[in-house]
Design a protein. Structure first.
Length: 550
């Protein structure tokens, strides 16, 4: 319940602070006095969007702060889910800056409007005559029936499962689409993969093949060069090896005469050993060099295959071709896995479908069972509100479609008079009838679910006399278990409240201001008398007001 409201620099309100009590509170005032401003300020607290027109003084910020006792609302999970500090006495503050920006706070923690709007659903429910048209919406009608049917837990389970079911369906459709697209590419990818597999590529192979190709392709030139080098190296009289040995022998004769000569001997000895090794290597290369046209052709064919594959796949190395081969292999493997994934997901969806169907049947049965109870209670209340011949025809039909609250479609038909056919609420019910039906619905819901604070904004329009008196009685009865506000022009309803607030407007130094005041017993008698007789209060009006209050 809302315990207090403070407003600063909003519309026609310069500064206002008011406390509220539980029970049934009345708000009255002349047309244009500012009742809509109070509701507008509450709307800001509940997350309505703001702009600079809300500021009375455009140079100062607007601050609206409301205190709520939420100790009995079980809202701790909401606060934890949104990382907010929970307090039984929760404070919501809204600030509108001269720049046009607005800020919102819950227990001094900054929040966005969406979080504020979500919390407001648990705090205050404002109903005006215009909003009674919501009764014509199937969603609202289902909410009424489900509250009486105690379907909330079943619907919550259904909605959680439905979300998972829709997610799986979406995933399945994506997999099927992917499978169809992959099937088109599968044949070509298989051809590409087979081509690479047949090539039997190995890392580093290209360089080795190119080297072997150069050798075999130039075997005669290589053979001639090697043999010539060997001849120069090993010629018996003038070969390099012979000359090196001669130099070595000469240096051996003088090596003992000086360290310098000894060092030269060591170097020539080392050079002789190295050159002897080079000569042997030249000999080996020459011996293993064979003119093999067949091998040359095989190498040439393999290289041409590699070059062709590189050109096709737009790469330059065998390693890149091997990477493409692995990807094609994985792709084809994935196509094979898609089928098993689709089968597994299809099975899961079938299981969830069966559970959804079972839940929707339970929801449907409980709804059908609750319809006579709802009809009887509505008729009972509406008869006392001057609608003795009212009838309802509520039909629920199960479908194959998964809606957000089950698989049912609803027809909520209404007849106010004998001899008239049933029709849709929005087509056949008048504004006054809709107001009374809305009040009856709220009175019934108050018995079945914990409603937030209810504010009835002139929901009594179009009624008077004993009907207004009975509407007041119903609101008063509802206030035994919840906080009720009624903005009204009817003295019969105003007299039923446990607290009475008056909205008034005054002009001070060419400045118009609205204020909200809690009336004393004497002030309340005068206010109700004025509602009865007008500005000039007669003795009979005062006596009538006292009688209503008693």
């Amino acid at each position: 319940m809302i315990t207090s409201l403070s407003i600063k620099n909003y519309a026609l309100i310069e500064k206002l602070a008011i406390d509220f009590s539980k029970g049934f509170s009345i708000i009255t005032g002349e047309t244009g006095a500012g009742k809509s401003i109070i509701l507008g300020a509450l709307g800001m607290v509940l997350g309505k969007r703001a702009d600079l027109t809300s500021l009375k003084n455009k140079e100062e910020k607007c601050i609206i702060e409301a205190h709520f006792d939420i100790s009995k609302y079980n809202l701790l999970p909401f606060f934890e889910a949104n990382d907010l500090d929970y307090e039984d006495e929760t404070i919501i503050r809204r600030e509108i800056l001269p720049s046009g920006k607005s800020r919102a706070f819950i227990n001094d923690s900054p929040v966005n409007l969406q979080e504020l709007q979500e919390l407001s659903l648990f705090l205050i429910d404002i109903h005006s005559q215009h909003q009674t048209q919501e009764l014509s919406e199937e969603k609202v009608q289902f909410e009424i029936i489900d509250a009486i049917a105690n379907n909330q837990e079943n619907i919550l389970d259904y909605q959680v499962l439905l979300k998972s079911y829709k997610s799986d369906k979406s995933k399945l459709n994506s997999l099927i689409k992917k499978q169809a697209e992959s099937a088109k590419e599968q044949e070509y990818n298989t051809f590409l993969l087979d081509e690479l597999i047949v090539a039997n590529l190995k890392s580093g192979e290209q360089e080795s093949l190119e080297s072997d190709f150069e050798k075999l392709n130039n075997v005669e030139i290589i053979k001639e060069s090697l043999d010539k080098s060997l001849a120069i190296a090993n010629e018996e009289q003038i070969g390099v090896m012979h000359n090196l040995k001669e130099i070595k022998i000469s240096l051996q004769k003088i090596a003992s005469f000086s360290p310098e000569y000894h060092a030269l001997l060591e170097r020539i000895t080392s050079l002789t050993i190295e050159f002897d090794d080079i000569s042997d290597e030249l000999n080996r290369c020459s011996e293993k060099l064979i003119n093999d046209p067949e091998q040359l052709e095989l190498i040439s064919q393999k290289l041409q295959m590699i070059y062709s594959l590189q050109k096709k796949h737009q790469v330059s190395t065998v390693e890149e071709l091997l990477e493409i081969q692995n990807k094609l292999d994985d792709s084809l493997l994935e196509i094979g896995n898609l089928e098993s994934e689709i089968a597994a997901l299809t099975n899961t969806i079938q299981q969830k479908t069966a559970t959804l169907d079972a839940l929707s049947r339970t929801i449907n049965i409980k709804r059908i069972d609750s319809i006579p109870i709802l009809s009887q209670k509505l008729i009972s209340i509406l008869e006392t509100l001057g609608m003795p011949n009212v009838r309802f025809k509520i039909d629920i039909n199960s479908t194959s479609t998964y809606f957000e609250n089950g698989k049912d479609e609803l027809q909520f038909l209404f007849s106010a008079n004998k001899g008239t056919d049933f029709g849709l609420l929005k087509k056949v019910a008048s504004g006054g009838e809709m107001s009374r039906i809305m009040l009856a619905v709220k009175a019934i819901l108050a018995q079945y679910s914990k409603l937030p604070t209810l504010i009835f904004d002139e929901i009594d329009s179009g009624v008077s006399g004993e009907i207004a008196n009975r509407m007041g009685e119903i609101m008063k009865e509802m206030s035994q278990t919840m906080q009720i506000f009624a903005i009204t022009h009817l003295p019969q309803i105003a007299a039923k409240g446990t607290a009475h607030f008056k909205v008034s407007k005054s002009t001070i130094d060419e400045d118009t201001q609205s204020e909200l005041k809690l009336l004393s017993n004497e002030e309340r008698i005068v206010e109700i008398a004025q509602m009865l007789s007008g500005t000039v209060v007669s003795d009979s009006a005062l006596n009538h007001a006292k009688a209503l209050l008693n």
